[in-house]
Each structure stands twice: as C-alpha cells, then as structure tokens.
Design a protein around this ligand. Structure first.
Ligand code: CA
Length: 389
C-alpha cells in the first residue's frame, strides 16, 4: 500500500474513533520519517484505539421507574402511562427503559408527587389536581369548573404560556411537568334523584374531587372524597347519594348504573381534564438531549392517544348504558348550570386571593380563556349547529 493512501485510510478510520488520532495521522503525514517506522507507530495507535472503542461507543442505558396514581394497567389512564414508557423505549432503541408501577405497587397512589419530588423514582403519572395540598395552583393544570376543554387546554399549555407557569409551580418541588393525556369533557355524574333546581344539590353527599367539590359545597352539598375502588360500594349502600367519575367508557366498567338511576351531563366540573407525567428534575438533567426529546415526544403522543381513545369509545359505552341497562340520561337544567358557574367563579376568586402563585396562573388562565372564547365564538360555536351530515 502506498504511504499516502495508507495515511488517508488511517486518518478516516481514526477520525471515526477520536479526533486525537486524526490529528496524529495528519501531523505524521507531513513528515519525512522512515515509512516503515511511521506505519508501525500508526498501527500501534490504531490498535490502542480499537481496544478503547467499545467503551467509548457503547451508549448508556437509563433504567427508570414511573409510579402512577392509577390501578395497574387501568384502562386509558394507566394504559397511557404504559404506552408512554413503551414509546420512549422504542424511540430510544432501548436506551431508556421505564418500568411502570400502578398505584400501590411501589408507592401509594397519592404518594406519587412526593416520590418523584424526592427522587425515590424518576417519573410519575397522574393528574395535577391531586396535588392541591402541595400547591393550590396545581389544580389549574388538570381541570377547572367551566374552564378549558381539551383543545383549549392543549393550546394554553403548549402555545399560550401555560407550560411555563406549570414549570414555575413545580420547580420548588424539583419536578418537571409534561402533558400526558386528556379525558375530554366528562359526564356530570350519577344521581338517585333528578336535579331540577340548584336546591336539589343541598345536602347531597357526592363524591366529587377538587374545585368541583368546592363548588358543590357552595351550593349546599357535601363533597366527599372516596377512592376509586370504593365508590361503587359507597353509592350502593347509600353512604354517598351521588358520584362523578369520568365518562361512559369508564363508568360502564365501574357498574354505577346498578346503584344509581340518573346519569347527568355535561361534566361542568371537568370539561377536559388533563393528565400529567412528571419527571424528577435532577434525573431529567442527567439525560442526554435526545432522550429528553424522546420523553417529550412520547408524552405528546400519549396526550393525543388518550383523548382520541375517549372520543372514539365513549358513545358506544353510553348506548350500552342507555339501551341495555336502561339508564336515565339527563341534562342539567340551564339555570342549574348558570348557578354553578357563578359559584365556580367565586371559588376560583377565593383560591386566587389566598395564594400568589394561584393568582398569577388564574390571570393567565382567564386571559387565555377570553382570547380563545372570542375565536371559538366565530368558529367552534356556530359550527356546532351543523356538525353532522
Ligand atoms: Ca372526574
């Protein structure tokens, strides 16, 4: 082999392994040393680099844990967490292995926030309104009564400044939030009596979480916290008079139709509940940029997947409830919704008045809601009349 060709090949090969070897090849190429001595020296260098190459080129695998607030593999919500992990693994070619744990498998469902905050695990999946006790402003990033639907929530978070505020709310806890799902508009709940006026809510014992529960309390009802697995029994035994959960797809599986006759809409208290993935910020910062981008992409996909699943499957479940199980479908009368909306505004004003961060988020929320409402008034709303061929 001619010396020049050899040096060219060595240069290319070495460059692929490390810049140091390329520099060496380049320098020696200019000299007038004896060829055989130079070749021997270069061969030695290459051999040394080859020995090191596997360690240099093998990419690190990250093995993470994600704890969730959902029962293991719970339809839609838990599956959303499972999918996020699966997609991150696929996109990273196995470099990011996230093992998902259902609520209680590793950490109790409502211990997710602390576990991720403290770095016990790297990731969590749930809904931000579960953490109202940590920071009241978290509630704005899950569901606000008479607030955003899924489309507007996505727009606020992704493109309207919502994400920056969410990051600000989670920063003191060492957490990075990500949108990772949406239920769409929920149902108003299951009742054993008809709700004809706002007074029918007085004294009503209803399982309804978060800000919606505070609104019910203003209407004279009792908002009762019941874990998902105990709702049916409590409703059946009359411990509670009413409950909300999610929508027909889930509610059918929960069997609520066996314990309550009337199924009300719309879910004024949860018009487009966002689900979240949260990442321990220190763990996030150890990830290379491509794996960070992969987690973000998997969360985006999870968000879209979940909303699409709910939209595609809810009506079939509703038809089963109405036609097979003879559920009485009812719409809340407009005066009832109007009264609840007025009370919701009072509740939100109170939350904002009690906490500066909530005030800051609420102001952004109201501004964006006003903005998007103006646009929807000439797009979504007039279209609703003609939405079906
Ligand atoms: Ca709900």
């Amino acid at each position: 082999m001619k010396r020049r060709e050899f040096i060219k090949k060595v240069g290319v090969g070495a460059a692929a392994v490390g810049a140091g070897a390329a520099a060496t090849a380049g320098l020696t190429g200019c000299g007038k040393q004896d060829d055989s001595a130079e070749v021997a020296k270069l061969k030695k260098e290459i051999a040394a680099l080859k020995g090191k190459a596997p360690a240099v080129m093998k990419e690190k695998t990250y093995k993470w844990k994600m704890v969730t607030t959902w029962p293991p593999h719970f339809p839609m919500l838990g599956e959303g967490a499972d999918n996020l992990a699966k997609w991150a693994n696929e996109m990273s070619n196995g470099r990011l292995e996230i093992t998902v744990y259902g609520g209680g498998e590793l950490i109790p469902p409502l211990g997710v926030f602390d576990a991720v905050s403290q770095g016990t695990v790297e990731m969590g999946h749930g809904a931000a309104y579960y953490w109202a006790g940590k920071a009241p402003a978290t509630q704005f990033f899950a569901a606000v009564p008479f607030g955003f639907n899924a489309q507007s929530m996505n727009a606020w978070i992704y493109s309207g400044g919502g994400m920056e505020l969410w990051e600000e709310v989670y920063a003191p806890f060492g957490l990075k939030p990500l949108l990772a799902g949406n239920t769409g508009v929920q149902m108003g709940g299951w009742f054993n009596k008809e709700i004809k006026t706002i007074n029918d809510l007085k004294g009503l014992k209803m399982r309804i979480p978060g800000l919606g529960g505070k609104v019910l309390a203003k209407a004279g009802g009792n908002a009762i916290l019941v874990a998902g697995g105990e709702i049916y029994t409590n409703l059946d035994r009359g411990v509670i008079d009413a409950t909300e959960w999610v929508g027909p797809f889930h509610d059918l599986k929960m069997g609520f139709y066996k314990a309550a006759k009337y199924y009300y809409y719309p879910g004024w208290h949860e018009p487009g509940t966002a689900l979240e993935a949260m990442v321990n910020k220190k763990a996030w910062d150890t990830l290379p940029a491509d794996l960070q981008a992969i987690i973000e992409a998997a969360a985006y996909r999870s968000n879209m997947w979940m909303l699409s699943e709910f939209e595609a499957k809810n009506n079939d479940a509703l038809q089963t409830l109405v036609n097979e199980h003879k559920v009485q479908l009812r719409q809340f009368p407009e005066p009832v919704l109007k009264a609840l909306k007025k009370m919701a505004k009072e509740v939100l004003d109170e939350v904002a008045a009690s906490d500066p961060m909530s005030k800051k988020v609420y102001e952004s929320f109201l501004k964006f809601q006003s903005n998007v409402s103006s646009w929807n008034a000439i797009t979504e709303e007039p279209y609703q009349t003609f939405k079906k061929l």
